[in-house]
Ligand binder design. Structure first.
Ligand code: FRU
Length: 437
């Protein structure tokens, strides 16, 4: 094909996608006023402007902005028609919604744009790699590159990787995640082989990150009854690697090392119970910031939000600790009584059973089993509960126990009358939180 013809085809493809995005943005805009007025919609947590969202996608810091993309159905408040929504922030807290970044291309046999990541290529330009789903074909990994520095308009590069790269096909092959190790850029995918959950690794075969070479299995999920795993992420934290995988509604963190082309883990834990399909900001000056999807029930004009952005660090015994980013403190307003939204910090006297009420949520702690429980989530702590930090935001609750060694993300469908009973907690500090919207 001549270069002129290729340029014309790209141009045609861009125009077709721009038209699809305009239609999708209009569908979202038509529901924004109603979604905004819904008191059950979180005000501190990230949500789409209206309609359905699930996984965060492709978080990246670029030209002074934290860009965040996410799985989005612009046409309804339930899962369908996956697009990539787009927002940006200076501080992880206040997000500016931008037009949808990429829409499916039915003329290229594409029905959904599934999850993926965004990474800077050797020229310092962002490249998205995502899973392209079509009605009559195996999943493929496609890319997109921006036409502007605001990352508003993207050009697709179809068929960057297909199953022919894999030797034998991988089941549920999706969610490409790019990262750098030892001066090379790699891509991980989730999926399954022979009934076991696996992560495959590929190495960049060109500086523009549009060509990849299959290396082989990087990680096999230890439990043999799990047939596939979703949304792998990996980051260097301290002097170890943290591998996150999403399996059956939970994110799990494995802490370990990479050698001989494989990931070897030393510890394993559930991370932020109630959150799923995580993504991490990796190019934020030494910080690795975790965000993941919290599934909600049947709200009419919106569904899905993201857990509060939290910085990952390691405990002395090599487990992942999550701490809400310091920037969240900018929302604090002094208050004596808990409001909604609010933040509460407190200490807990060891040894006593705890039952507290928090605007519709009930939280209990049993010192015998060390189980901390909210309405729908629970976690067994490795040490007695000594410290709690809570964020209540409309129907969303995030609980950080013992400085983030255990985290719970819970959601209730209906806002109950705001009853608060904090008996059993001491040194309580409460802040009303301003809306971040
Ligand atoms: C995780 C997931 C991903 C997939 C996306 C589709 O929630 O199933 O594996 O890419 O959602 O929306």
């Amino acid at each position: 094909m001549s270069l002129a013809l290729i340029a014309m085809l790209f141009c045609l493809q861009d125009t077709t996608m721009d038209a699809a995005i305009e239609k999708a943005d209009k569908a979202v805009a038509a529901r924004i006023a109603e979604a905004q007025a819904d008191p059950s919609r979180p005000r501190i947590h990230f949500t789409a402007p209206a309609q359905w969202m699930n996984d965060p996608n492709g978080p990246i810091f670029y030209k002074g902005w934290y860009h965040l993309f996410y799985q989005h159905n612009p046409f309804d408040s339930q899962w369908q028609h996956m697009h990539w929504g787009h927002a940006r922030s200076r501080d992880f807290v206040h997000w500016e919604h931008l037009p949808i970044a990429i829409a499916p291309s039915p003329e290229l046999g594409e029905e959904h744009i599934y999850s993926g990541s965004c990474f800077l290529n050797d020229a310092g330009k962002p490249v998205i790699t995502y899973t392209s789903i079509g009605p009559n074909r195996e999943p493929e990994q496609w890319s997109a590159t921006p036409r502007d520095d605001e990352l508003l308009h993207w050009t697709k590069h179809p068929h960057v990787l297909d199953q022919s790269a894999n030797g034998s096909p991988i089941a549920e092959w999706r969610d490409p995640f790019m990262f750098r190790e030892g001066g090379k850029t790699y891509l991980l995918t989730g999926g399954g082989r022979s009934g076991r959950g696996v992560i495959e690794r590929y190495e960049a075969a060109s500086r523009d990150l549009l060509h990849w070479r299959h290396l082989g299995v990087f990680f096999t999920y230890p439990d043999s009854d799990v047939g596939n795993i979703e949304c792998p992420n990996i980051a260097r934290v301290g002097n170890l690697w943290v591998l996150l995988v999403s399996v059956r509604g939970r994110v799990e963190a494995f802490v370990g090392t990479i050698s001989d082309g494989r990931f070897h883990f030393e510890t394993r834990q559930a991370l932020a119970e109630g959150s799923y399909a995580s993504q991490i900001f990796q190019n934020t000056g030494g910080r690795t910031i975790y965000m993941a999807w919290v599934n909600t029930g049947n709200h009419k004009t919106w569904n899905g939000y993201l857990s509060l952005p939290s910085e990952m660090s390691l405990t002395r015994d090599r487990h992942v600790r999550l701490s809400p980013v310091a920037e969240l403190a900018s929302l604090r307003v002094a208050a004596n009584e808990p409001a909604n939204p609010c933040e509460i910090e407190a200490t807990v006297h060891g040894g006593q059973r705890l039952t507290i009420e928090l605007g519709g949520f009930e939280m209990t702690y049993d010192p015998m089993s060390r189980v901390l429980r909210t309405n729908h989530r629970s976690v067994a702590l490795s040490r007695p509960l000594a410290k709690l930090r809570l964020f209540l935001d409309a129907t969303a609750l995030d609980v950080y126990a013992n400085d983030g060694e255990a985290v719970l993300c819970d959601h209730i469908d209906n806002l109950a009358p705001a009853a608060f009973d904090l008996n059993g907690l001491s040194n309580i500090r409460t802040w009303k939180l301003q809306s971040a919207r």
